[in-house]
Design a protein around this ligand. Structure first.
Ligand code: ME8
Length: 508
């Protein structure tokens, strides 16, 4: 069977500030999908990167007394470093200041104009420089403020080139009707659709008087409006990510584009309209996730420190952060995060449910069977719980349900813990006549643990590699996630996977 291709993206993050937990969240979710598809044997490409042009970056640079280019160079490195620190397996990191991106943006947007979708006009209206967003009447909060940044909007009057977005209302409605899973989850699909049905206004294609951006080839002195330049990264990067090879045919259109709800309009309306205008296919799915909420009140220094992704990783490891974020904030919905909730999940679920299961299993195989897992079939009592698990996980991840899929696996982690308690191998070990039964229990535990560890690989890649190595079965392909699919022989003891952490003294 031919391998399917799977292309997943995160938004490209603004270099006007340092990376934070919100950025980590989307990158981790995208990584879960990328890793899962690699487990399936798919041809995977995972892209993330930085958005370096436009007003948000220019204004931040002015505040810091550096040029936008200097600010971009300084901050992009922090985003580029974030991905590996999170255990993210992105195949490329794109920067919109890359001259190859710039050239491709010029090519595509010139085509949009040549196709008759651009015209000269005057923009008069409200604008948020932090969002780089021309707000429509429906998007303006009280007192002409930005509902996202809570800052006063500016009144813009500009002679620009316009993109004929209004002409795409019908094609977009058709797209939404034909592809009800184009935007997920459903509530975001409805939101985008009602935005379209509320009437689309034409949008600036270019900006005059801004010098930090991609120059408009046919009108010197203007740059492209940053959102068009930024959105196109998903497409342009494929043409230069691999030296000497154009991956566009292989991976475009993208399979899943993950974005936060703050940028829904750009990704579910502007983006598909632009692609249609450029005669390019639109992505398969745009998944719009919610916000991580941090109660301002509780953001004490110590709390803030613990939820700094870099600090959490330093102390607990990247897997713990990945697990917590994917588990606690249901993907698609808003959710609060806190140091307390993190520590509770770490203790109760990672250290106790899973870490202890692993240590106990390996220790008992060591103690009772000299470190060799008994070569007997597993206990059929576990079949009902494990039989369709890999398929179920794959089905959920086909809809980017990263929290639900993790829950399915965790139900079985708990099932295996109950199994240990029910069969009490330590009692069986005292009874010579129960040796056969003990073989079955130990083989089942080791095998169940192996299957769960294969399935958990996308969420817990470092832990999974360590534990599969200890089980002597490094193969983490999805095909291996069936009871009995691999034979465990000699196992090695391991250090606790999620060691108990001494309580940190509160930061001063
Ligand atoms: O918007 N909760 O960049 P950005 C969850 N450059 N996710 C969050 C979050 C939170 N509290 N805060 C940020 C931009 N994010 C543009 C995008 S794409 C062509 C251009 C995540 O640095 C989430 O994915 O403001 C959100 O959409 C993104 O970071 C915004 O990052």
């Amino acid at each position: 069977m031919a391998r399917s291709s799977f292309y997943v993206t995160t938004p490209i993050y603004y270099v006007n500030a340092a990376p934070h937990l919100g950025h980590a969240y989307t990158t981790i979710a995208a990584d879960v999908l990328a890793r899962h598809h690699r487990q399936r044997g798919d041809d995977v490409f995972f892209l993330t990167g930085t958005d370096e042009h436009g007003e948000p970056v220019k204004l931040a640079a002015e505040r810091e007394g550096v040029t936008p280019g200097e600010l971009a160079d300084r901050n992009y490195e922090r985003f580029q470093a974030l991905a590996p620190q999170l255990g993210a397996s992105n195949d490329f990191f794109v920067r919109t200041s890359d001259p190859r991106h710039v050239a491709k943006v010029q090519e595509v947007l010139t085509r949009v104009k040549d196709n008759g979708h651009a015209y000269e006009g005057v923009y008069e209206g409200w604008y948020c420089p932090r969002c780089a967003d021309f707000k429509t009447d429906r998007e303006i909060a009280e007192g002409n403020t930005c509902p996202i940044h809570k800052i006063p909007l500016t009144r813009e009057h500009e002679h620009n080139w316009f993109f004929r977005l209004s002409a795409f209302a019908e094609p977009l409605e058709r797209l939404f009707a034909e592809r009800p899973d184009f935007v997920q989850p459903r509530v975001r699909y409805n939101e985008a659709l009602s935005f379209i049905q509320g009437g689309l206004q034409d949008v600036s294609l270019t900006r005059r008087g801004l010098d930090w951006g991609v120059p408009v080839p046919w009108d010197p002195g203007q740059v492209f409006y940053v959102w068009w330049d930024a959105l196109l990264n998903y497409y342009t990067a494929l043409s230069f990510a691999h030296e000497g090879e154009d991956l566009t045919e292989r991976f475009w259109p993208a399979s899943y584009q993950l974005v936060g709800k703050d940028i829904l309009k750009f990704h579910t309306i502007y983006w598909p309209a632009l692609l249609m205008a450029a005669d390019l296919p639109v992505p398969d799915h745009v998944f719009v996730h919610g916000f991580l909420l941090m109660d301002g009140e509780k953001m004490s220094k110590s709390l803030g420190n613990v939820l700094d992704p870099f600090a959490v990783i330093d102390r607990f490891g990247s897997d713990a952060l990945r697990y917590y974020l994917m588990r606690d904030v249901s993907f698609g919905q808003d959710g609060s995060v806190s140091a307390g909730a993190f520590e509770e999940r770490y203790e109760r679920e990672l250290a106790n449910d899973y870490g202890n299961l692993a240590s106990r299993t390996l220790a008992m195989v060591g103690r009772y069977r000299d470190g060799r897992a008994p070569d007997v079939p597993h206990d059929p009592a576990l079949d009902a719980d494990f039989e369709d698990l890999a398929t179920r996980v794959a089905e959920l991840l086909d809809r980017a349900e990263v929290t639900q899929a993790l829950e399915e696996i965790w139900v079985r982690v708990r099932r295996l813990n109950r199994y240990v308690e029910e069969r009490a191998p330590w009692k069986l070990a005292k009874d010579e006549a129960a040796a056969g039964e003990l073989d079955v229990v130990l083989a089942s535990l080791a095998e169940g643990l192996r299957v769960l560890t294969v399935l958990l690989q996308p969420w817990l890649p470092a832990t999974s590699a360590k534990l599969l190595a200890a089980l002597g079965t490094p193969d983490d392909a999805l095909q291996a996630a069936q009871l009995g699919a691999r034979r465990i022989g000699v196992v090695a003891p391991i250090e606790p996977l999620f060691p108990k952490q001494p309580t940190e003294p509160a930061a001063a």
